[in-house]
Design a protein around this ligand. Structure first.
Ligand code: 26Q
Length: 817
């Protein structure tokens, strides 16, 4: 039965009637919240109708299903996105206009689910969008964190963290599935006994937690396909300890409940860094166990106990090692609950799992103390021991006597559980997220494993959904593209290439420029409204927006701005094309140096603003609380995309792709997916600077940042300003720590391990060229910008998902409508 989409008039009627029946009001006296609710319910009705259709078809077609397991899903707001996918966005917009409803204001009433830190979480969200668009059956699984990533406020230049209580006003997009709750067991001890000549294992005296799923629909673009994002919430099985309660100990009676429910209380705000906290381990097992138990149960309902068929019907993709405990959990379920033997269970498990690595930074590789694991999940620990025993025996055959190497590759070694080794040793495929990253995994991180079986190690370059990041975020450019090259690119993003001839079409370029200008004005309006900051849309919008991390080198950016400032102050004839340097970045609350860099950015901003001539040419703006919704306004307004990571450190980057798609030109290193961007647009349409990954690797032993300090007076001057009172006259020691880290290193480490000073001369020079090119807007710069959009189709996550499916998952698209 085909589902129809609502017309403008039906939408108007629906909104009016929802207001009436839900809230007893009409458009003229409804609050913004009521308007939002009524509109969201209208959209939800349309989405859910499609949900029913695709769910039935998946069951009927007995389709293989992917479980994308991820500790983070940074989905962003749903409403506008759903309108785009329903393909009646225009009707919705007109309906709202005719009802006299302010669209932006109403959309902003929707709380943004901030269930992720950055790239890894946002990637998972883009993947779900593409899975649905391509009609591939999948379920995203994550934790329903009551508090998402903290909201960031800047006070006196410092980051202040505020709780993100995103569920406060309810979440209209989720459905609670109490009927599908499962039990997750912690602690206790394992009783071993034999029955019918077989060893049995039973967990005793455990603490049980109920995992309650809440599902959010993800509608595919123009596809009638709805996949679900399942978020697990922790609930105490006994909400009250009745013994305590009956003794009148009311507070104590609910203590257990509080403790259990902390599991899904808050998202850890660390990005590319792990701290081995027990609660984090609890979260990881909670997510892994609940998801695996559900998947097995769902399989059994359709196919019965045909466990040999499991790998043909169920696939788990492990998004980094965070949900890696799903691997021993499936072993546990198959052996302890379904009665399979070890070899059988292992053969099935191996075929069901694949692992994506997202980082080569040593400090981000997860290792858990064995003692902690054995206390928290004793049966899983036993399984890990047996997996490790068999693994090491096998490795001994390949590398006889090479104990060091075997310890490096083991699941258990040095009293730690090595999560990456768990994943790499068992998964049928292991992938990196860009070509250079995959190469580093093969040659360095997982070299020994790769030697044994190279074909398992592949690279699949990340992608972004062009629906959210272009069609939804940049309606101006979308309309221009539709008019110029047709609408085919909505479903086949490679068709953006049809734009290439228009890079030299003066009339088109003029209109492209106008769109950019309007987007810059939209950003200016948002900045003024949210932070009271006025920005000039006639300046270059030079943007670095990403998590704050030393390897991403926001410090290099701001120090270079300081150098530029000094030139202007020193030389009354020195001019540059006016620029606004925009920063958006959250720092992990415990990452002192990252927070200090935020303060530095804001301090330099004040310094520049106080100088009459410098402030005419440069402006530094810190965009507070960078999040998905902010990015949707920021990306389309950018002229320049800053991608400055030390080569070899950024696994891929995905912000780089969002900027490019919206016609910003990249200045960056040959790192992560910048390499692919370079290959697409060619050397004339990107600004590359700095050391290559190989050069970085070769320089560790010989690099002395002090040489740079001695050789380059401008850099020396900027560094000295960190400690001579120029910046914070009241507290000249404030930035000493940064000065010291760059020139001397800290607690035994090398000075400037991310080569900030080393790459600065090259960066400054390249920025100079970029500025001059920008001044030749027509005939030079805009051509580059158009080419960037035209070549961005390959970075659609539709391409990425197609690659995952061809190489790893082998799902079949559902036949719908
Ligand atoms: C681990 C253990 C304990 C606490 C926190 C963590 C943790 C949390 C988040 C470790 C890492 C992350 C996030 C990593 C991440 O976002 N990586 C990025 O992934 C993107 C998608 O592939 C890439 O584009 C980026 O290059 C990469 O940095």
């Amino acid at each position: 039965m085909p589902v129809s989409r609502m017309t403008k008039d039906e939408i108007k009627d629906a909104i009016v009637s929802k207001l009436q029946r839900q809230f007893g009001c009409d458009v003229s006296d409804a609050t913004d919240d009521q308007l939002y609710q009524a509109l969201a319910m209208t959209v939800r009705d349309e989405v859910m109708e499609r949900r029913a259709l695709s769910r039935g078809e998946r069951k009927r077609q007995q389709a293989k299903k992917l479980y994308y397991l991820s500790a983070e899903f940074l989905v962003g707001r749903a409403m506008h996105n759903n309108m785009v996918s329903l393909v009646n966005e225009k009707e919705y917009m007109q309906a709202l206009d005719e009802l006299g409803i302010d669209k932006t204001r109403i959309f902003e009433r929707e709380p943004e689910p901030g269930l992720g830190n950055g790239g890894l979480g946002r990637l998972a969200a883009c993947f779900l969008d593409s899975l649905s668009a391509l009609k591939l059956p999948a379920m995203g699984c994550t934790i329903r964190y009551e508090l998402g990533l903290f909201r960031q406020h800047i006070s006196d230049g410092f980051q202040v963290e505020l709780p993100d209580n995103w569920l406060e006003r309810g979440n209209i997009w989720e459905i609670c599935r109490l009927d599908q709750a499962v039990e997750v067991r912690f602690n206790g001890y394992v009783r071993e006994y034999s029955e019918d000549g077989r060893m049995k294992y039973q967990l005793c005296d455990y603490n049980a937690v109920q995992a309650v799923p809440y599902d959010m629909p993800v509608l595919g673009y123009d596809s009638n396909m709805v996949n679900m994002l399942r978020t697990w919430s922790a609930r105490a099985i006994n909400p009250l300890n009745m013994q305590e309660f009956n003794r009148g100990q009311y507070v104590e009676a609910s203590e257990d409940k509080e403790l259990v429910e902390t599991i899904s209380k808050v998202l850890y705000p660390e990005d590319n860094h792990e701290k081995g906290k027990e609660l984090r381990l609890k979260q990881q097992y909670f997510l892994s166990s609940a998801s695996v138990q559900f998947a097995v149960r769902d399989f059994e309902k359709t196919y019965g106990p045909r466990w040999d068929m499991l790998p043909d019907k169920v696939m788990f993709q492990v998004n980094d090692t965070h949900p890696g405990l799903a691997i021993p959990e499936l072993m546990r379920v198959l052996i302890d609950e379904k009665g399979l033997g070890w070899d059988e269970a292992e053969a099935i498990t191996r075929r069901c799992f694949a692992y994506t690595n997202h980082t080569v930074m040593q400090e981000a590789l997860e290792r858990w103390p064995e003692r902690m694991v054995s206390m928290l999940i004793p049966r899983i620990y036993m399984i890990l021991q047996e997996m490790n025993r068999r693994l090491c025996a096998d490795l001994w055959n390949h590398f006889p006597g090479d104990w060091n190497r075997i310890a490096q590759m083991a699941i258990l070694a040095y009293n730690q559980v090595h999560m990456a080794n768990l994943c790499v040793s068992t998964c049928c495929m292991v992938n990196g997220v860009s070509q250079i990253h995959a190469e580093i995994l093969r040659k360095q991180t997982f070299r020994d494993y790769c030697q044994l079986n190279p074909s398992r190690f592949i690279g699949i370059t990340n992608g972004i959904t062009h629906r959210r990041w272009l069609m939804q975020g940049n309606p101006g450019l979308t309309a221009l593209l539709d008019e110029t090259i047709g609408e085919g690119w909505h479903k086949e993003p490679m068709q953006l290439e049809k734009l290439m001839p228009f890079a030299d079409d003066a009339a088109f370029v003029e209109r492209f420029d106008k769109v950019k200008r309007a987007n810059k004005e939209r950003l200016c309006a948002r900045m003024e409204r949210m932070q009271g900051v006025k920005m000039d849309p006639d300046t270059i919008f030079d943007v670095q927006a990403k998590r704050l991390h030393e390897y991403k080198r926001q410090l290099m950016n701001i120090l270079s701005v300081l150098v530029l400032y000094n030139r202007i102050v020193d030389d009354p004839n020195y001019t540059v094309h006016p620029r606004t340097f925009i920063f958006g970045a959250k720092a992990s609350p415990g990452y002192y140096r990252a927070k200090l860099i935020i303060k530095l950015i804001n301090t330099v901003s004040k310094l520049v603003a106080a100088h009459p001539r410098a402030s005419q040419m440069i402006r530094i703006v810190f965009l507070e609380n960078y999040c998905v919704s902010a990015a949707e306004v920021l990306m389309p307004a950018a002229d320049v995309s800053e991608q400055l990571s030390t080569a070899g450190k950024e696994a891929s980057g995905t912000g780089n792709m969002k900027f490019m798609m919206n016609g910003a030109v990249t200045i960056g290193t040959m790192d992560g997916a910048n390499v692919e961007i370079y290959n697409e647009v060619g050397p004339d349409n990107i600004y590359i600077f700095g050391l290559s990954a190989d050069e970085v690797e070769a320089s560790y032993s010989t690099y002395h940042s002090s040489r740079i300090y001695e050789t380059y007076p401008e850099i020396r001057r900027a560094l000295n300003q960190l400690i001579d009172g120029t910046l914070e006259p009241g507290n000249p020691h404030m930035f000493q720590e940064l000065y010291h880290a760059l020139l001397f290193g800290d607690n035994g480490g090398m000075a400037d391990p991310y080569f900030v000073l080393k790459d600065m001369p090259s960066y400054l020079k390249t920025q100079g060229i970029l500025g001059e090119d920008y001044s030749k807007r027509h005939g030079l710069w805009l051509r580059k910008a158009v080419i960037n959009t035209a070549k961005s189709g390959i970075f659609s996550s539709d391409r990425t998902i197609t690659e995952y499916n061809d190489k790893i998952w082998h799902l079949k698209p559902l036949v719908l409508d």
